[in-house]
Ligand binder design. Structure first.
Ligand code: ADP
Length: 652
């Protein structure tokens, strides 16, 4: 039974997709087990094409192919990959060793695709390296070896899976005569041990090692000479083709990860740039989420410390189309303040007038927010001053120029000095500093420690020149009576401002739960918005990765061809490139998380912003970076996987 049989095999190429070149014109050929066949012929006669078809690297346009009497003409590429891995070992003119892998990793490459984790086979392959005199070179890179040594490594790799046929395409084409002799000697010895060898060459002295010489001319076999009889050789039976999903197994993935790692490390600049893209995106996502969550948390804390029996009252807004001119002002006046205090069931009413001002102490200057309020402020907020005292009712009434400052202002203007009793200038007016508030933290994006409190009337009439009050906080005696109190307040305001019933909705009275919900919603929207901006930068990073991966696939076309010749399936190549893209993104993700946390930390300590890095945001950023790798790596990886083995190998 012949080992391989070709019947009327034809192959036509089309140059530029149009002009036909008939590379093989109906070739009939039988290869017997144990033969050492040399294929000769002038350049362009079809030798390489015949070799590729014999080795299942390419498919004939018509005709039949039998391997051990099994017709393979109608099998697909994935079956061919399995058969290549199991039955064929290739040796190329250019050696085709992977430059990033060391000698022993190159030799065990076929095992990745056969799924053999069997240590014995690996040992055997490595022992063959010793036999060919490379025992000391296992950890060397191919470029540290001479041409002859590299070809010996390639030969051992071809033998690793114990193939039935060794296909050698001009194996000595790149070697000096001494190395050529050594390689041919090795091939001859392998043939003596029962291996079938098919070799393309155009040198007669190389062809002289063979037992049979075929000559091709214009795509047809013109001579077929047998020089000596073929010894009896082993002939295994053809088993059904079984495909293992090797890349699913942990060992396969580990291998791809290791190779991806090597490829990243070996292309440092390129890797750093693509990692940088993802890193910036992930860091932005982490920082933005940390800011949003921090703002939300601190606001919740502040608001909940205010108690549940507080109402916030804001002035009726002007609805468009209705002139409120004759119906009273839409701003709160001092009269409103006095009337609200008289409503029954209400403990305290605290008015607020706000503005910004420049505060100066000696040669120090600080821009901060000025809040005019009443003596009830510390009572309602339940704060006792850290230093000094709050202003008194008589100071409040007499528009006294006294001020109480928050922690941030104290630190900026006085440092370690005691501020009590000092004279500060607020918008060029002298104030006597009488107290310092305790640390209150931030509410939302607002730092409550960065403010100066002064009496309401002082703020309205002396400093800001406002004749209206911005809003009130009202403390209701009994938390059960909140809705009743709300109704009373609205009624009172409507009466005072002579508002029609239709304007009832325009008066804004909210309890803490509502304020919390409203502010929370605002902050969430804002943080989603920021998150979206960050996600866009991650997207840009992803496109960068895709770009790099596409270039890399082009550059590594030859490697892809080699891997396919060793039996890699499409899925193997796909997963390998995907793993590489994901690994880059993972590196970017991890560094980005660290960097984002650092930026958040810097914002919280240097700019005193509230940040909070949640586990959720880390998981989110991490998942996102992996997804970016998968999504943007998929297309380049897919392009790599669908390359045809012979075209990838021929790619220059
Ligand atoms: P040899 O190995 O004997 O030099 P080849 O098998 O490489 O010959 O090529 C046989 C013929 O087919 C040549 O004329 C070559 O130009 C042509 N050929 C080979 N591969 C291709 C291809 N991919 N596209 C177009 N023509 C090709």
């Amino acid at each position: 039974m012949p080992l391989i049989e070709l019947k009327k095999v034809q192959k036509t190429y089309y140059i530029g997709g149009e002009i036909p070149v008939r590379a093989l014109r109906g070739v009939d050929l039988k290869i017997e087990p144990g033969e050492f066949v040399a294929i000769m012929g002038p350049s362009g006669s079809g030798k390489s094409t015949l070799m590729a078809i014999l080795g299942l690297l390419d498919k004939a346009d018509s005709g039949e192919y039998f391997l051990l009497n099994k017709d393979l003409s109608r099998q697909g590429e994935s079956d061919y990959a399995v058969l290549r891995n199991r039955f064929f070992g290739f040796v190329f003119q250019t050696f085709n060793l992977l430059p990033k892998l060391n000698v022993s990793d190159n030799v065990v490459l076929p095992f990745i695709y056969s799924g053999d984790t069997d240590g014995e086979k690996r040992e055997h392959a490595l022992s063959m390296l010793k036999k060919v005199g490379l025992g000391e070179r296992l950890k060397h890179r191919p470029n540290q070896l001479s041409g002859g040594q590299q070809q010996r490594v390639a030969l051992v790799r071809a033998l690793a899976n114990d193939p039935l046929v060794i296909l050698a395409d001009e194996p000595t084409g790149n070697l000096d005569s001494q190395s050529s002799k050594e390689i041919m000697g090795l091939l001859q010895e392998l043939n003596k041990q029962g291996n079938t060898i098919i070799m393309v060459t155009h040198e007669h002295d190389i062809a002289a090692y063979a037992s049979r010489v075929l000559t091709l001319h214009d795509g047809a076999i013109i001579t077929d000479e047998r020089k000596r009889p073929t010894p009896a050789a082993r002939l295994p039976e053809m088993k059904p083709i079984e495909k293992k999903r090797r890349w699913c197994c942990v060992a396969g993935l580990l291998n791809y990860t290791y190779e991806a790692y090597l490829s990243i490390v070996n292309n440092k600049l390129r890797s750093v740039l693509s990692i940088l893209g993802v890193m910036i995106g992930v860091a932005a996502v982490i920082t933005m989420l940390a800011l949003g969550t921090g703002a939300k948390r601190s606001m919740e804390e502040t608001l909940s410390s205010l108690g549940t029996n507080i109402l916030m009252v804001r002035a009726p807004f002007r609805s468009s189309g209705i002139s409120l001119g004759s119906q009273g002002p839409t701003r709160f006046t001092f009269a409103d303040y006095e009337s609200l205090q008289r409503i029954e069931g209400i403990d305290h009413v605290v008015p607020y007038v706000t503005g910004r001002a420049q505060v100066v102490f000696q040669n120090k200057n600080w821009n901060t927010s000025v809040v005019g309020t009443s003596v009830d402020y510390p009572v309602m907020r339940d704060v006792s001053l850290e230093l000094g005292r709050f202003f008194t009712p008589s100071e409040a009434n007499s528009k006294a120029k006294v001020a109480v400052i928050g922690q941030t202002v104290a630190k900026e203007l006085f440092g370690a000095e005691n501020p009590i009793g000092q004279s500060i200038r607020i918008n060029r007016i002298n104030f006597n500093l009488i107290g310092v508030l305790p640390k209150q933290g931030a509410a939302g994006f607002q730092n409550q420690d960065d403010r100066v409190l002064i009496p309401l009337k002082t703020a309205m009439y002396r400093l800001l020149g406002n004749d209206y009050i911005n809003y009130f906080e009202v403390q209701v005696k009994d938390a059960e009576q909140m809705s009743y109190a709300t109704e009373r307040i609205i009624g009172e305001i409507m009466r005072l401002h002579r508002l029609p019933e239709s304007q009832r909705q325009s008066i804004d009275v909210m309890n803490m739960a509502e304020i919390q919900a409203a502010a929370g919603a605002l902050i969430s929207t804002l943080s989603y918005l920021l998150g979206a901006v960050a996600a866009v930068s991650l997207l840009v990073g992803g496109i960068g990765i895709m770009n790099i991966m596409l270039v890399m696939v082009m550059e590594r076309t030859h490697e892809i061809g080699l891997r396919k010749s060793l039996g890699a399936q499409r899925s193997d190549i796909l997963v390998q490139f995907l793993v590489e893209a994901v690994l880059i993104c993972l590196f970017g993700g991890v560094i980005g998380i660290a960097f984002g946390s650092l930026v958040s930390w810097a914002l919280s300590t240097l700019a005193q912003w509230n940040v909070y890095i949640s586990v959720g945001s880390i998981v989110l950023a991490f998942t996102f970076s992996v997804l970016v790798g998968v999504v943007f790596g998929l297309w380049p990886a897919w392009r790599a996987s669908k390359m045809l083995p012979i075209e990838a190998l021929r790619y220059e």
